[in-house]
Design a protein around this ligand. Sequence first.
Ligand code: ADP
Ligand code: MG
Ligand code: MG
Length: 212
Amino acid sequence: MTAIGTAELKTMFVAIAAAIEADKDRLCQLDGVIGDADHGIAMALGFNAARDALAALDLVAIEPTALLNTAAKSFLNAVGASSGPLYATALMRAAAAVKGKATLAADDVIAMVQAMAQGIKDRGKAEIGEKTMIDAWQPAAEAAAAAHAAGKSLAESLQAALTAAERGAEATKDMIAAKGRSSRLGERSLGHIDPGAASAVTVIGAMRSSLN
Ligand code: ADP
Ligand code: MG
Ligand code: MG
């Protein structure tokens, strides 16, 4: 693995924005079933804004933490839906996790993924089983950390994260929403994938593809 610097992180945001843009309609459709049909639009607005804000930065002059804080701020400003503060917190925590580093090693990327999941959890107060993006992010972070601790490469660890996120998102079908807008549906939320868990798979998949 080559060290990951600001150029690679910028590329990661370009990759996430492209993946979310390509998935936008499906995410809106999923949200249309148990929410208000804007999740794809919200995620695309957020990651496109982050990508555009990074395009204006002097990548040589800044460290990864500043890049990630810029992404967090622009995501928050662009998104009115609940995914705005959740991902902004994830990105702010990612920034804090790599503070002081000029480049990121595998350890730092794993720490960043764990910080993102924990940030979403702290901001949204959701637990596993409540049918939210946490049902994808938490197992993904745990799988990445476990694979890394077992001596796997960064690429393998991020693949483990993606597989766990996919399983977690699929499992939300059998959950009753207990947090967010869809919790108003109660049992009527059963049988449908949570849109935030679905988009987490897309985000983590793009991270895996660009960071290895
Ligand atoms: P809104 O519901 O405001 O329209 P979005 O459609 O962008 O927001 O996002 C909905 C997604 O946000 C849900 O599918 C769920 O995954 C996630 N979500 C909502 N509330 C929470 C929460 N408290 N904790 C974690 N994730 C949440
Ligand atoms: Mg919505
Ligand atoms: Mg909304």
